[in-house]
Design a protein around this ligand. Structure first.
Ligand code: C5P
Length: 216
């Protein structure tokens, strides 16, 4: 029996990819490292972890159930199918847009250059945080910012309706690197976790979740 035994936690991680045609897609530089380390730290504390992952080059952490997806819409559908859960943590770098049209066959270069249109993807964090039924008791988002980190993260927490935001400054070499420095922001707290290994951030977050669930 460990501290998160009996708790189900859904974690999204990695990028999403949004197909333009069978060979081309839109995506971003997320490595998935931080989300995978969080999933691992939670499983280590006994949680039943569902890691909903976009395409990454990482092995599935020990004792974690990974569900692999490609697009934002697939990621949202899997997260919703996994509810109810005690905690939802949105670490994924979800692609903000997808091509309005996905071609069944390889698209012609010239046609795409003149006609490509993008539409916004669903916001998974906001969708889960504002659910009328089955809203997890603790919903946590991430905010990667290059400037005004705390102010922007504070506003993002309110906009997304999540309980905590983990805010990080990505102006340096955080994306793809092994270290991170973050702020944990809730409605009554702003705590800094100075630069450390991403595994250290994962352990701090997992311990905070243990403490929060024990008070619920
Ligand atoms: O709006 P922004 O992308 O900065 O928000 C970041 C937070 O929202 C992260 O927790 C990310 O996983 C989540 N997110 C999401 N679905 C989106 C966009 C962001 O779950 N479409």
């Amino acid at each position: 029996m460990t501290s998160l035994t009996g708790k189900k936690i859904i974690v999204t991680a990695g990028p999403t990819i949004e197909a333009l045609d069978p060979v081309r897609f839109l995506s971003n530089r997320s490595s998935g490292k931080q989300g995978y380390l969080i999933a691992e730290a939670l499983a280590h504390r006994g949680a039943d972890v569902r890691l909903v992952s976009g395409p990454v080059c990482l092995p599935c952490p020990f004792d974690v159930t990974r569900i692999e997806v490609e697009s934002a819409r697939e990621m949202l559908a899997v997260v919703e199918a996994e509810l109810p859960a005690d905690v939802f943590i949105a670490v994924a770098a979800v692609s903000d847009w997808r091509p309005a049209e996905t071609h069944a066959r390889k698209a012609e270069k010239s046609a795409v250059a003149t006609t490509l249109q993008l539409v916004e993807n669903p916001d998974i964090l906001h969708t889960i945080a504002t659910r009328k039924t089955d809203r997890p008791g603790l919903v946590i988002g991430f905010a990667a910012e290059t400037h005004d980190v705390r102010e922007r993260a504070r506003a993002k927490r309110r906009r997304k309706d999540c309980d905590w935001i983990i805010a990080n400054d990505v102006s340096g070499d955080v994306m793809g690197g092994d270290e991170n420095a973050v702020w944990l922001i809730s409605d009554h707290e702003e705590t800094v976790w100075p630069r450390t290994q991403k595994a250290g951030i994962a352990a701090l977050l997992a311990d905070r979740i243990v403490a929060a669930l024990s008070e619920m």
